[in-house]
Structures are given as C-alpha cells and as structure tokens.
Design a protein. Sequence first.
Length: 245
Amino acid sequence: MKDQHAVVTGGGSGIGAAVAKRLLADGFRVTLMGRSLGRLQAQQAALGDVLIQVCDVSDETSVNGAFAAVGDVDILVNNAGQVETTPFAKTSLELWQRLLNVNLTGTFLCSRAVLPGMLMRKSGRIVNVASTAALKGYAYVAAYCAAKHGVLGLTRALALEVATKGVTVNAVCPGYTETDIVESAVNTLVAKTGRTPEQARTELSRANPQGRLIRPDEVADTVVWILGNGAINGQAIAVCGGETM
C-alpha cells in the first residue's frame, strides 16, 4: 500500500489531520481536502510533505474539479463532516438539508469521483468516517444521526457492488473524540446548562465506558489497519471504548 495516493477530506483539523499524519508516516502520498484554505495551509506547514486542495464536498462541481486536479486516487478517506445540536421540533429544513449534504451527499460525491479509476486499476480503498451516530441515536442531533446512518447504508451497499473488483469500502465509527466538533458540543452544554467546560467534557466522556474521549490518533490507527486488510469489507468498526456492542 505504500507510495499510493491517499485523499483525506475534512483534512484541516481533528481526525482528518491525524489520519493524514499517520498515512504520511507510513509512506503514503497524501492530499488534504477541505473548504478552508487557511486550515489546509496550516496543516501543510505542520505535516510537511502533503498536498492540499480546496473542496466543498457538498457541491458537485467543486468535488469534480478538486478530484480532477489531484489525479488518480488509490485511497479515499471520507472524513468531512458537520453537526449542529437542536431539538427535533426546532430543526429547520435548511439545517436538515445542510447536514445531509455535508455528511451523506459529500461521501457519495467523493466516492463517485474516485471509484471509476479504482475499478479500472482493480484496486482501491474507501474508508468513510461515520460515527457512533451511525449505530445508535443521540438526542438533539436527529439530522446528524440520519445522515450518518445513511453513510453506513451507503458503505454496505457499495461494498457489495465492488466486492469482487479489488476495492473495499468500510466505515469507522468513532465515539466522542477530541475534535472541534466535540469542543463545539462542550460550548453548547456550557451555554445551555451552566456547566463548566470541564463538567461538560466529563458529561460527554460518560458515554464511553472507559470514561474518556477518544483520541484522533486512535481513529487514524483504525483507518490504517483497515487499509492493510483486503478481507475487511462492508464493515462498521466502532472506536468508542465499548459504547456500542
């Protein structure tokens, strides 16, 4: 797998940046994609030998242009994601559609962009960073849960289509992870409940039987493990300390 080209979406921070760091260390050529050029440039400065490409995964034209610019892709890590917390009754159609566009349609568009080349070469790996929200429900994030459940359904369906063609498709499902998304959840809890930031983090950590948040590098390790095993296909690998069984 070394020397192959890996694209990581949502690569400007958090899990995406951790995955890119691990892939670089293992000898992969890596391109980071994301909407913010500034964030991508910051990761490029931190990681070194990594290419960057601005891409809005929810926009078909942007996706097609970005993947045309970077060339053949051997490995795609669909990591770009977005979440907002709101009661279901206050979930607007705009919020619902936006979260579906980023989390689910983005995974579809990026996978569709790389799949023809993978099938032609009879080799490829697609790893979708879903969430434990693809495996269970969480209150106040109905749109996010619906989108991530959709990502898992897409993963399983596509995995069956390509099972005999040298391509594997899998999902990684982290629990609450030390990322900007969880920091936003902490801020929301602080604002709405009056808890301190430390109390809010403790509250989120309780979902994990180990009593802690998942580290981005633990998710990255799981992604790389999947890449190296061609027998793993159509799976949802939970990285959550036992929150889901």
